[in-house]
Design a protein around this ligand. Structure first.
Ligand SMILES: CC[C@H](C(=O)O)C(=O)SCCNC(=O)CCNC(=O)[C@H](O)C(C)(C)COP(=O)(O)OP(=O)(O)OC[C@H]1O[C@@H](n2cnc3c(N)ncnc32)[C@H](O)[C@@H]1OP(=O)(O)O
Ligand SMILES: [Co+2]
Length: 142
């Protein structure tokens, strides 16, 4: 197995109080034309949609309920805010192992994210206050 390292920036996560309103902002203010239909991910506690860009995505996420991992974030930032940065990796299980070895705190277990591949999160305290998501590269995405 090759030495662990992060690969391409896959998306920037933005937490919002109202997903439809945020989509409208990207449509009307920024002229975004390729925005996916919002969908719920109950197991992740969020409603999600993507603003597809030539080289990356903005991932808009809204808490589904009070148990959502981003419920507190929206409480503290009622207008929303930049939430996480996601990098692609070859192997999430290798990433978990390496993060542990390198003294970082992995949040929860690997689970399937909005791109249908395994993801993990590394605590903001390990990366200058930025929540980092690591996701396995989707098939055919290179
Ligand atoms: C559908 C999946 C999709 C995908 O891409 O596939 C997603 O990306 S879903 C994204 C939503 N899911 C997650 O974020 C899961 C991982 N996150 C967590 O486990 C929590 O959000 C956690 C632990 C990072 C923070 O939880 P919470 O805010 O409830 O805890 P605290 O209030 O105690 O916060 C601890 C400490 O961290 C600071 N904080 C919280 N969120 C963030 C953030 N997004 N970026 C930077 N810092 C953050 C918070 O202010 C506290 O700081 P402190 O100085 O200790 O007060
Ligand atoms: Co994400």
């Amino acid at each position: 197995m090759s030495e662990f390292k992060i690969g391409p920036l896959n998306h920037v996560g933005v937490a919002v109080p109202d997903l439809e309103e945020a989509c409208e902002t990207y449509r009307t203010l920024y002229g975004a034309t390729d925005i996916t239909t919002p969908f719920d991910m109950p197991e992740q506690g969020v409603k999600v949609c993507f603003v597809n860009l030539p080289n990356s995505q903005i991932e808009l996420i809204e808490p589904l309920n009070e148990d959502s991992p981003i419920h507190n974030f929206i409480q503290k930032n009622p207008k929303g805010g930049q939430h996480h940065v996601c990098f692609e990796v070859d192997d999430v299980h290798q990433a978990v192992e390496e993060m542990g070895k390198r003294g970082a705190t992995v949040l929860g277990k690997p689970r399937i994210g909005a791109h249908g591949t395994l993801i993990i999160f590394v605590h903001p305290k390990n990366s200058n206050g930025v929540l980092i998501e690591l996701m396995e590269t989707p098939e055919g995405h290179h």
